[in-house]
Ligand binder design. Structure first.
Ligand code: ACO
Length: 322
């Protein structure tokens, strides 16, 4: 049985770092409120003119370098984003061109904050079906472009950034000890649209801004995340006790802590970057994978569970051995 194994990881963060205190000048908010309610201390914002495909390209280049590969070695690019540069073509094909890759295929996946988990599951399926041998999976966002800067309940929570991994088909015995993606679990329920959405789009002729009933999203998050993670573990024939690292979507430290607790794991087993990045939507998990590896937390052979929930609602989990 073949497996899709991570052979490279990288990330990119825009230069501009914005501390919580910067919002105090224009909004009725405080560093204290933002820290205690969300765990966020600072976030990066893209420069004027800097787009999602720029961020994605830099993260992809870092992942290629880490893997010791060039763009010619890649069969497919899947880019998870809700903030593509243009309505079409996909941001993924823009990255393809920027990397100098003229073969293979590229497309975007849109599942908001769960986008990277959805993209990983798609990449895994392409590899297991023999359609692709090496897939570059990117999460990249410029959520600063869809912020309503007068809405203190949303604009302090999000940031811009990108992360990428390269998955490669490898033969193996197919045991839980073999490296690679062991299982995936995807879910959505469109009845919850009004909890988190952008109030505009192409078909409505208006770009729109992010709208969120944060406390309502919070109510769903911990239960759904713990459940999808446990379902994915079960599919792999494993339990929470086998986990080395939870690498969660980084929306809010209280959701991250609540989910770990529900899964019976201490925070010593969780990669946390929300304090430095804010919520970067589909970019947050690959960013955390890359930073977690650079910090020396994630090592080859570790069992990792990634989990995410966002607009849709859409949520899911991936179990992989690094
Ligand atoms: N500064 C000061 N006060 C604020 C701010 C702010 N920036 N924002 C809101 N408040 C106020 C509210 O107005 C409210 O005041 P009131 O009680 O007088 O009405 C009070 O703080 C409490 O508001 P809540 O929304 O109940 O606060 P809560 O503890 O739920 O925290 C938060 C809000 C941080 C948004 C939290 O609910 C959260 O993180 N939710 C989940 C977000 C998430 O996970 N999103 C999904 C992923 S994103 C994606 O898919 C794109």
């Amino acid at each position: 049985a073949g497996r899709a194994v991570v052979v490279g990881v990288g990330h990119y963060l825009p230069e501009r770092v914005v501390p919580n205190s910067e919002f105090e000048a224009t909004l009725d908010t405080s560093d204290e409120w933002i820290r205690t309610r969300s765990g966020i201390e600072r976030r990066h914002f893209a420069a004027e003119g800097e787009t999602t495909s720029d961020l994605a390209t830099y993260a992809a280049e870092a992942a290629l370098k880490d893997a010791g590969l060039t763009a010619d070695d890649i069969d497919a690019i899947i880019l998870a984003t809700s903030t593509a540069d243009l309505t079409f073509p996909s941001a993924a094909t823009m990255v393809q061109a920027r990397l100098g890759m003229t073969g293979g295929f590229a497309f975007d996946v849109q599942a908001v904050c769960a986008g990277f988990v959805y993209a990983l599951a798609n990449a895994n399926a392409l590899i297991l079906s023999g359609q692709a041998r090496r897939v570059l999976v990117i999460g990249a966002e410029t959520f600063s472009r869809i912020m309503d800067w007068s809405d203190r309940s949303t604009c302090v929570l999000f940031g811009d950034g990108a992360g990428a991994v390269i998955l490669e088909a490898r033969e193996g015995k197919g045991t839980p000890q073999d490296r690679g993606i062991l299982s995936t679990d995807l879910n959505s329920d469109g009845r919850y649209k009004d909890l988190l959405y952008v109030d505009g789009g192409v078909s409505t002729q208006n770009t729109g801004y992010l709208r969120m009933q944060g406390n309502q999203v919070f109510r769903h998050a911990v239960d759904k995340l713990a459940k999808t993670a446990e379902t994915a573990l079960e599919k792999a024939g494993l339990t929470s006790a086998d986990i080395d690292w939870i690498v969660p979507h980084q929306a809010n430290i209280r959701i991250i802590q609540g989910t770990a607790k529900k899964m019976g794991l201490s925070m010593d087993h969780v990669v946390v970057t929300v304090q430095d990045h804010g919520n970067t939507s589909a970019a947050s998990i690959p960013l955390a994978l890359s930073v977690g590896k650079a910090r020396g937390q994630i090592k080859q052979g570790d069992l990792i569970v990634t989990e995410a929930i966002g607009g849709g609602l859409a949520w899911g989990a991936v179990v992989l051995r690094w």
